[in-house]
Design a binder for this molecule. Structure first.
Ligand SMILES: Nc1nc2c(ncn2[C@@H]2O[C@H](COP(=O)(O)OP(=O)(O)O)[C@@H](O)[C@H]2O)c(=O)[nH]1
Ligand SMILES: Nc1ncnc2c1ncn2[C@@H]1O[C@H](COP(=O)(O)OP(=O)(O)O)[C@@H](O)[C@H]1O
Length: 155
């Protein structure tokens, strides 16, 4: 029997570099599971879970969620994916997170988005988010189909 190689990928880059946008395209094209640390935290905040309530206090202050908290959350979610191929977005963001991920899973692909700072500033100025779905748009690159008046300006 030939063992099938599992696709375990991480996408990295600063906020606004396009991780979420590009991940959506990659996961659709290659039929991968997508795990975004930001989306998972927002879901927990929305559901008012213990982790969500804790995470909210850090996010509101513009801080990273503590390594042990986010690591437990992500590793547990990845374990639930079992034998599926996946793309991880927004994790790891620190060396201890990277070390923990390395212990838990064998990563075989890393995509690092190298985008100039000025481009990121321009993109974030034009970034809009649909509050209902969490979908991200850009007034120039990827405009929403319906009137921008119902979209929330987000930087
Ligand atoms: N011009 C341009 N804009 C992009 C590209 N990729 C993403 N964006 C836009 O840049 C902004 C930030 O993208 P996002 O996916 O939220 O980045 P993240 O914070 O790294 O997840 C959004 O408004 C996107 O629509 C790209 O390749 N070109
Ligand atoms: N790997 C992580 N480690 C710690 N905090 C995280 C991590 N991923 C997300 N967060 C928290 O969630 C917030 C939102 O994350 P995200 O949606 O990825 O937005 P952005 O890429 O714009 O920072 C971050 O600002 C941070 O506070």
């Amino acid at each position: 029997m030939v063992a099938r190689m599992l696709f375990r990928a991480v996408i990295m880059g600063p906020p606004g570099s396009g991780k979420g946008t590009i991940s959506d395209r990659i996961v659709k094209h290659f039929a991968l599971k997508h795990l975004s640390s930001g989306d998972l935290l927002r879901l927990n905040i929305q559901k008012k879970t213990e982790i969500g309530i804790l995470a909210k206090s850090y996010i509101e202050q513009g801080q990273l969620v503590p390594d042990d908290v986010i690591t437990r959350l992500i590793v547990q979610e990845l374990n639930n994916f079992g034998e599926h191929n996946w793309l991880l977005d927004g994790f790891p963001r620190t060396v201890p997170q990277a070390q923990a991920l390395d212990k838990a899973h064998q990563i075989n692909t890393v995509i690092d988005l190298n985008v100039p700072f000025q481009t990121i500033k321009d993109r974030l100025t034009a970034r809009w988010i649909h509050p209902g779905s969490g979908r991200v748009y850009n007034t120039e690159f990827n405009p929403p189909k319906v009137s921008v008046r119902i979209f929330l300006f987000f930087i």
